[in-house]
Design a protein. Structure first.
Length: 407
């Protein structure tokens, strides 16, 4: 027809075509074209009238999603499903603050041209098993395969920026997976727990896409395909396929006596001013802060972020972040405090403050408390050394002294 096609889906022997001002169903044998309303039940067509439409399928199961505003102007996503026999049922509705609406034609609607639903401050993804929205208010999932009407919600970790484009969501094995900002996210649709996988164990493998199966997910990255299996024991060298896992929520809170003592010491250092070369509460740089905090617990660490990866104490971490782990970035160091948060010297704060990990592209992770026996033995033998990708030059040292680069 010469009109733009927004999306195309082949399901149940027919082609489902979404265009800017209408949605059509095409019989590939006869080339007969009908509107979406002719393929929906009367109840579904009435409920989705005036909504922007999106579709997904698996086998004979077809999901139709409608985006529209309610009487108060709040955006909602309405989900309907049809089984192989063509019986339609309403699954539920999900608040969608991640959507904005623009005047004009919509990407398909049984009721004709309406406002167009577009991502705003966030995004949503649709699969045959789940509808997931992610925005500044948090993560919400509607489990479509169970016909639940109430979404499961989870706040975003502190400091994590919301998405700004559509999500490619893949669901299997009771979990929803998606890639956002170079990170791989997993939401357990049964328990509501969530976690993120950071490509720190193998630098340079920035994730691009993900497809889930019953045991985990395959991740397409800038460096090839990687495999993540959350329930399997992580590899001692590569962790979860080159990724380090961090959990949302309270799972990384201080649990041991050593971790609680560390938490108290970190709290006492909050607000300490930045001072080049310092390692006391009178003033500290980034590695001086790390050195001073752990020194109060009787753990002697070197001063200088470039020396921390080679410290004889501790062990390298490639599997999962815990409270108290030390994160060594190029030219910087921080202490992980759980749920994506860190304690570190922050340029904008003028000293020690709370920050987060979400914009970090690479880190070496070291653990100095609650070590397993094997970790202590390896540390004592000096076999846990790793090299940091930092540079040490007169120009860099001068920049650090001027405060242009934080050490």
């Amino acid at each position: 027809s010469g009109t733009e096609v927004r999306s195309l889906l082949y399901a149940r022997g027919r082609i489902w075509c979404v265009q800017p001002a209408r949605a059509l169903v095409v019989d590939p044998s006869s080339l007969q074209v009908t509107g979406f309303e002719g393929a929906l039940s009367a109840e579904a067509a009435a409920d989705l009238s005036g909504a922007s439409l999106f579709v997904a399928s698996r086998g004979d199961r077809l999901i139709v999603l409608g985006a529209r505003r309610d009487a108060s102007g709040a955006p909602w996503l309405l989900a309907w499903a049809a089984d192989g026999a063509g019986d339609w049922r309403r699954i539920g509705a999900l608040p969608a603050p991640a959507l904005r609406f623009e005047p004009g034609a919509s990407p398909g609607s049984p009721g004709g041209a309406v406002e167009q639903a577009m991502p705003r401050r966030g995004a949503f993804g649709l699969s045959p098993d789940a509808l997931v929205t992610v925005c500044a208010e948090g993560v919400a999932a509607l489990v479509l395969r169970r016909g639940e009407s109430e979404p499961r919600t989870r706040p975003l970790p502190a400091g994590m920026p919301p998405p700004s484009a559509g999500l490619a969501v893949s669901t299997a094995g009771g979990a929803a997976w998606w890639v956002l900002g170079g990170r791989v996210f997993r939401l357990d649709l049964e328990a509501g727990t969530a976690e993120v996988y950071l490509p720190w164990a193998e630098p340079g493998i920035r994730p691009v896409t993900v497809v889930a199966d019953g045991d985990g997910a395959w991740v397409g990255t800038a460096g090839g395909i990687r495999r993540i299996e959350p329930r399997a024991a992580p590899d001692a060298r590569m962790g979860y396929g080159g990724f380090v896992r961090a959990r949302f929520g309270d799972e990384a809170s201080p649990a041991s006596p050593a971790a609680r003592a560390l938490a108290q010491e970190i709290s006492a250092w909050m607000g300490v001013p930045y001072r080049w070369g310092g390692s006391t509460r009178e003033g500290a740089d980034c590695s001086g802060f790390v050195k001073g905090v752990f020194g109060a617990l009787g753990i002697e660490l070197p001063h200088g972020s470039r020396h921390l990866p080679d410290a004889r104490e501790g062990m390298a971490v490639t599997d999962e972040l815990r409270f108290g782990d030390v994160l060594v970035f190029p030219g910087h160091a921080a202490i992980y405090t759980g749920a994506g948060s860190t304690a570190e010297t922050v340029a904008g704060a003028g000293g020690v403050a709370t920050s987060h990990i979400w914009r970090r592209e690479f880190a070496i992770v070291r653990r100095f408390i609650d070590l397993p026996d094997r970790g202590r033995e390896l540390a004592a033998r000096g076999k846990t050394r790793r090299s940091a990708t930092t540079t040490d030059s007169p120009a860099r040292r001068q920049a650090e002294r001027r405060g242009t680069v934080r050490p």
